[in-house]
Design a protein around this ligand. Sequence first.
Ligand SMILES: Cc1cn([C@H]2C[C@H](O)[C@@H](COP(=O)(O)OP(=O)(O)O[C@H]3O[C@H](C)C(=O)[C@H](O)[C@H]3O)O2)c(=O)[nH]c1=O
Length: 177
Amino acid sequence: MRFIETSLPGAWVIEPEPHYDERGFFARTWCEREFREHGIAMAVRQCNLSGNRARGILRGLHYQASPHAEAKVVSCLRGAIHDVIVDLRPDSPSFKRHAAVELSPGNGRMLYVPPGMAHGYQTLTDDALVHYLMSEHYVAEAQRGVRWDDPAFGIEWPAVEARIISARDLAYPDFLG
Ligand SMILES: Cc1cn([C@H]2C[C@H](O)[C@@H](COP(=O)(O)OP(=O)(O)O[C@H]3O[C@H](C)C(=O)[C@H](O)[C@H]3O)O2)c(=O)[nH]c1=O
């Protein structure tokens, strides 16, 4: 796998290196040792799938509060998403800055989101299927979020005729951190 650090220290784009033959391909998508060699100490405790029926669905931006802060490895198994992370680590040189990457089976990219960053995405196609490796167990009471259009972050999302956003995600207050 190839590791490319994003503009946010500690967040990485990871590109599998497929082995092709006449049948198709085989690619490694997770390796504790290779991640550790890039300074990413992560155990995988849960995996999730998120199915999105339409283009323009925007989920997030979410994170779990301490002591349940989690790392994620996000990939798109069908369709395509515009994936966004926001650095909410107060001591980080990239505090409140964001990074975006398109994930799709076409580019095979994965995004490593370290603890302390909020994560969200907007689907670019119908039927986008998103997979997550999670470093911590889901704790409903620790769920937190920031709003997709919060002026503190200035995130520019892909233009779309209509966005589908949950009431909860629309209701997050302005970030005052
Ligand atoms: C996240 C999660 C949710 N759930 C249950 C809770 C709800 O009954 C249902 C849907 O959850 P939610 O509306 O929080 O799903 P999303 O809005 O897609 O949230 C996710 O979207 C953003 C983009 C993320 O990065 C997180 O992985 C995650 O927060 O699944 C679970 O049982 N386990 C889980 O780990």
